[in-house]
Design a protein around this ligand. Structure first.
Ligand SMILES: *Cc1c(COP(=O)(O)O)cnc(C)c1O
Length: 387
């Protein structure tokens, strides 16, 4: 049998690869041996460790960041007829969560340097129906939170921060997750640390945390763990429509080990990204990510921009890179251009987002990536970008 012709001749460099070791395997095995595999003591432990790490009062772990965002919308009172201000230059889940809550996403454009929501464009998007603003810490760089929080305060709006790709990021020296009234994280393998699938809501508001715990577990007034630990028979009640958005103890066990690696992972990513910055600076027409004065970049993804005047078309570059055994991804999608959103909401014009989504590429970056692999990526980029 001959191998399929689509197999690249050289070893493939993946876009990313989670950093997992024997400790993770042992922790997952331990969770299985304990007999408690659904949401239980390990989830509680993971929440406690994450709260300590971020310096926040409450952490509510969920099945993924999308379900965290949905719960956060409900806790913010977002419902039918409301509008929620979101960037379009983000993963589709940011806006989908608004739709799940029955509200309408109102897209605002981004700052072309940070790729995050442009705070100067937020106020023009506010209407009497606006309920909340969702800043996104895109690809690991904190959004410009202070002006957004200030606008929200002035207009009586809620802020739900989508920090899915930004665990470990900081804004003006403070950890993301401890700043906005509600922040949501993802532990998908594409993010800084992983639980397989997983998410979390962080807040200093005890009422929001309590309601989020109820909503993630069918709306039940008593959790399985509390019932298990109770000395008397406890019958739960269902006061509102809830969901099964729980994280399992198997996932949380993985997360407790991954959390101990967070600093090491972030340091390595930063080192590799800075190395990319230096090497790619030599390639004409390709610009490297910029970081503003208020936040260091944590490089959940390494995003370069191709100047269309000097480079081959972006998709062509991606195809040529793939032929050289190097996986890339388009930068970040523009949600307002996706067919479902066009069908439902018609055309929206966001020039900065539209240009950014067409000109950006994500390059491979992962903990175990070697400098030799990185050199191969840079060389390949150098040869493939030429028009
Ligand atoms: C990854 C991501 C999500 C979705 O996270 P899941 O855990 O996969 O649901 C949402 N928003 C942004 C900005 C993301 O990058």
């Amino acid at each position: 049998m001959t191998s399929p012709t689509t197999t690249p001749a050289v070893t493939q460099i993946p876009i990313t690869k989670p950093y997992l070791g024997e400790e993770e395997i042992a922790a997952v095995a331990e969770a299985i041996r304990s007999g408690w595999v659904a949401q239980g003591p390990m989830v509680a432990k993971f929440e406690r460790l994450l709260a300590e790490r971020l310096g926040v009062e409450h952490v509510v772990a969920t099945s993924n960041c999308t379900t965290s965002l949905h719960i956060a919308m409900i806790c913010a009172g977002v419902g039918a007829g409301d509008e929620v201000i979101v960037p379009s230059f983000t993963f589709i889940a940011t806006a989908n969560a608004v739709l799940y809550a029955g509200a309408r996403p109102v897209f605002v454009d981004i700052d072309p340097r940070t790729y995050n929501m442009d705070p100067t464009k937020v106020e023009a998007a506010i209407t009497p129906r606006t309920k909340a603003i969702v800043p996104v810490d895109q690809i690991g760089l904190a959004a410009e939170l202070d002006p957004i929080l200030e606008i929200a305060q002035r207009h009586g709006l809620r802020v739900i921060e989508d920090a899915a790709p930004a665990l470990g990021a900081t804004y003006r020296g403070r950890p993301i997750g401890s700043i906005s009234p509600v922040t949501c994280f993802s532990f998908h393998p594409r993010k800084s640390i992983t639980t397989g699938e997983g998410g979390a809501i962080t807040t200093n508001d005890a009422e929001i945390a309590a309601r989020a715990r109820v909503l993630r577990s069918h709306g039940a007034s008593v959790s399985d763990l509390a019932r298990h630990n109770a000395s008397h028979v406890t019958i739960e009640e269902y006061d509102e429509l809830g969901y099964n958005y729980r994280m399992s103890d198997i996932h949380a066990a993985l997360g407790t080990v991954q959390l101990t690696r967070l600093d090491e992972i972030l340091a390595k990513r930063q080192h590799m990204a800075e190395r990319y910055n230096r090497l790619i600076a030599q390639i004409p027409g390709v610009s490297t990510p910029s970081a503003p004065d208020y936040a260091p970049h944590t490089y959940q993804s390494y995003c370069v921009r191709l100047d269309p005047e000097q480079c081959a078309p972006r998709d062509e570059v991606m195809e040529r890179m793939l032929q050289l055994g190097i996986a890339t991804r388009r930068g970040v999608m523009a949600i307002h251009e996706e067919p479902y959103y066009v069908k439902r909401f018609g055309t929206v014009s966001l020039p900065v987002t539209e240009e950014a989504t067409r000109q950006t590429i994500l390059l491979p970056l992962f903990y175990e990536m070697t400098e030799e692999q990185q050199d191969r990526v840079v060389e390949a980029l150098h040869t493939t970008v030429r028009a």
